[in-house]
Design a protein around this ligand. Structure first.
Ligand code: NAD
Length: 267
């Protein structure tokens, strides 16, 4: 039986493209009411809401920059006004601003840390306040709340040319683990998903030509590039009571990218 999220409210950040979109749609399909956070492209957000409603689900659009404290607070207020509470937060919004280390501007450094790391802190803090205020609702879930941090294989694999991104995801790893440790007594579960290479706009150059894809596959023992739906399925399971004893874990959904593929034939 597939995991279900009936009667639960989920907020997915950066949810109108790529991985966030797949996660939001999968959660809606599993029965959750979904808050779809976005910063740009209102039409794509509305199209998702229409699709969810046509299938009998519920969703609302929540425009907010996750790195802005005021906008995050306003987003949660709007979510509570519509759906009353929150049960699942998926901290997915993220971006890259790549540069050689010695040429990286402080602006690009700060932008990536602000969105990828501070954004996760700001959203998690609002969600945790509500989880603690409301406590467990037994008919809904065995936990009082679940947080899924979208990390990356680059929370363990260093990444030349992407020092700001790798630093932000390394930060997410210990933010997630520290939250998991501190919040477990309140029955709040906090975990990460570490995607490998997933076909989305963020890494299009790495897979949108046959040559690029072939080169990328040398890093993936399972020999296929991931799809956003691979992450959607993992997120639904991590948010459901099927994973009730999983806390403080990073689930790498990466076709084995974290397995040091270079050592398969050498070492
Ligand atoms: P994407 O570019 O399709 O999605 C990122 C989303 O975040 C977009 O909707 C974007 O508008 C949104 N966003 C950016 N800045 C924001 C802000 N300030 N506030 C709110 N939303 C904002 O890329 P994706 O691949 O779907 O990325 C989703 C997450 O997955 C990111 O955290 C990324 O680091 C992570 N990830 C992706 C891959 C991959 O291979 N695609 C691998 C590892 C990790």
């Amino acid at each position: 039986m597939k995991p279900r999220l009936d009667g639960q409210v989920a907020l997915v950040t950066g949810a109108n493209s790529g991985i966030g979109k797949a996660v939001a749609m999968a959660m809606a399909k599993a029965g959750a009411k979904v808050g779809i956070n976005y910063v740009v492209n209102e039409e794509a957000t509305q199209a998702m809401i229409d699709e969810i409603k046509e299938s009998g689900g519920e969703a609302i659009a929540l425009k907010a920059d996750v790195s802005d404290e005021g906008e995050v607070k306003a987003m949660f207020a709007k979510l509570f006004e519509a759906f009353g509470t929150i049960d699942i937060l998926v901290n997915n919004a993220g971006l890259q601003r790549d540069a050689k280390f010695w040429e990286m501007s402080v602006g690009h450094w700060k932008k990536v840390i602000d969105v990828n790391l501070t954004g996760q802190f700001l959203c998690a803090r609002e969600a945790v306040n509500e989880f603690i205020r409301r406590g467990i609702v037994e008919s809904v879930s065995t936990a009082s709340g679940k947080i899924i941090c979208m990390s990356s294989v680059h929370d363990v694999i260093p990444w030349a040319g992407h020092a700001n991104y790798a630093a932000s995801k390394g930060g997410v790893k210990l933010l997630m683990q520290s939250m998991a440790q501190e919040l477990a007594p309140y029955k709040i579960r906090v975990n990460s998903i570490g995607p490998g290479a997933i076909k989305t706009p963020i890494n299009k150059d790495a897979w949108n030509t046959p040559e690029a894809e072939e080169s990328l596959l040398t890093l993936i023992p399972y020999k296929r590039v991931g799809e956003p739906s691979d992450i959607g399925k993992a997120a639904v399971w991590l948010a459901s009571d099927e994973s009730d004893y999983v806390n403080g874990a990073t689930l790498y959904v990466d076709g084995g990218m974290t397995l040091y593929p270079g050592f398969a034939t050498g070492g």
